[in-house]
Design a protein around this ligand. Structure first.
Ligand SMILES: [Zn+2]
Length: 215
């Protein structure tokens, strides 16, 4: 009997201690959850600042020069800055430029990722790069300099499209006067009497053409 009593108490102690353990664990979960939430809120406000003060103003300095650049509507404008460049004669490739701010699972680090997508691909270019900080010590000056460097890299790549043969194949045309192969996006254009456009390598060829054919 005594031993049975002892046994019953042992079981009770075990269950009580299990229950206490569960409560402590739950408390820890709650604390961690609150902490993560706090960090997430901080991440959110930090990325909003970075987008509005660092990334957007710099991206806009570039895209304002391109009429074919559009910003698709975004569900997460505080973490995503994305521009699409439609094909145009001088840059016949569909192009997407993006800066995306993200965090790791524990929300301890903030990263900015630059990505460039160009289709079709006929050349080597920097497709992606990331800069990363501890969430508490994101350095704005460093972010600004990095974003500017990435945008110059983008611009260099994008302008290069105009000089790469595979992209320009459909723009190549023959000068009717001297027979030179020229790129019509860089050539001198002249509308002829038939309403058709002719392209010339130089003003001299254009003048010759007009002399011989009338306007
Ligand atoms: Zn010519």
């Amino acid at each position: 009997m005594d031993s049975l009593n002892e046994f019953s108490k042992t079981i009770e102690r075990l269950l009580v201690s299990e229950e206490q353990g569960n409560q402590i664990q739950q408390h820890n979960f709650d604390q961690q959850h609150d902490k993560r939430r706090e960090r997430r809120d901080f991440f959110q406000s930090r990325s909003e600042q970075l987008m509005s003060a660092v990334i957007h103003p710099r991206v806009e300095q570039v895209v304002k020069h391109f009429e074919n650049a559009i910003m698709p509507s975004s569900e997460s404008p505080h973490t995503h800055c994305i521009y699409q460049f439609d094909c145009r004669p001088r840059s016949p490739a569909s192009t997407t430029l993006s800066f995306i701010i993200s965090h790791d699972i524990k929300v301890e680090r903030l990263s900015i990722t630059y990505a460039l997508r160009i289709v079709p691909i006929f050349m080597k270019f920097e497709r992606e790069d990331t800069i990363s900080f501890l969430l508490e010590s994101v350095n704005d000056a460093q972010c600004k300099a990095w974003v500017e460097t990435k945008l110059l890299s983008f611009l260099g790549t994008y302008l290069q499209l105009g000089h790469i043969e595979q992209y320009q194949r459909s723009n190549m045309i023959t000068d009717p006067v001297c027979g030179a192969q020229i790129n019509k996006t860089f050539a001198i254009a002249q509308e002829t009497t038939t309403g058709k456009k002719q392209y010339f390598c130089s003003q001299a060829c254009r003048d010759d053409f007009i002399r011989n054919n009338g306007k």
